[in-house]
Design a protein around this ligand. Structure first.
Ligand SMILES: N[C@@H](CCC(=O)N[C@@H](CS)C(=O)NCC(=O)O)C(=O)O
Length: 235
């Protein structure tokens, strides 16, 4: 049985880490049997989660996990895509996994209103040893990293403007197609869905979520991907 090492579900989301949710969305879409092993970055050989263990072999990184399973298949998710579509998928994924990752981090750890609702639930979720000074230092490090990216704690409006621009661009790219590159889900969709769901389905509102909800095609897309990959969850 393949082991998927990742965070436990949190806040009603399959995973509060979009990278973990991406890998798991893929496994579910492909109906690959796996069992979740609750874990954290400190237990990962690369310092990051998710990672899988298959027959004693460790594969870390959501994209590498998808590539590993796809390489064994006759029918690959990205079969039939043109070179230009593959290039689009590459750049969109790179951009989303950077920009929206930091937006999701900001709405929980950076935005003072977000931190006010995130912290109490996070403290209950974390193991005892992570709750005091470790959490303080972790947040301090994240705040610095966000600041370097122009996401200031003191300027939520300015910070969210950057995320709204990404969402608007994604809505434009999706248009009225069911999936980002046409009629069927591709590997790009495993990633984009996980990132968008972490914004749309998180339990506390914020300006980025409100904006995402005005983009009807993105909300419809998430509902479609959820029905396809997460129907019946938690199962
Ligand atoms: N490129 C990696 C990124 C994974 C990643 O950044 N995971 C985060 C959790 S959302 C993590 O483990 N962060 C710990 C750290 O950076 O110290 C992937 O696609 O899996």
């Amino acid at each position: 049985m393949i082991e998927l090492h990742q965070f436990r579900p949190f806040w009603g989301l399959p995973n509060a880490s979009p990278f973990c949710m991406k890998a798991e969305t893929y496994l579910r879409y492909r109906r690959i049997p796996y069992k979740v092993v609750p874990s954290g970055p400190r237990k990962s050989p690369t310092g990051k989660i998710p990672f899988i263990v298959e027959d004693g072999r460790v594969i870390s990184d959501s994209e590498a996990i998808i590539a590993h399973f796809e390489s064994r298949r006759q029918d690959r998710l990205d079969d039939g895509l043109s070179a230009a579509e593959r290039a689009t998928a590459f750049f969109v994924r790179e951009l989303v996994e950077d920009r929206l990752y930091w937006q999701i981090t900001y709405m929980r750890w950076g935005d003072p209103s977000g931190w006010a609702v995130f912290k109490p639930d996070l403290v209950k979720y974390l193991p005892l040893g992570m709750r005091g000074p470790v959490l303080f230092l972790l947040r301090r490090m994240l705040l610095r990293q966000m600041q370097q990216r122009g996401l200031a704690r003191t300027d939520p409006q300015g910070a969210y403007a950057k995320g709204k621009a990404v969402l608007d661009t994604l809505a434009g790219l999706l248009g009225d197609q069911p999936y980002f590159l046409g009629d069927v889900p591709r590997s790009l969709d495993m990633s984009l869905y996980a990132f968008l769901a972490n914004i749309l389905d998180q339990p506390h509102g914020n300006p980025l979520q409100s904006h995402a909800r005005t983009l009807a095609n993105l909300a419809g897309y998430c509902a479609r991907m959820k029905a396809l990959c997460w129907h019946g969850w938690p199962d």
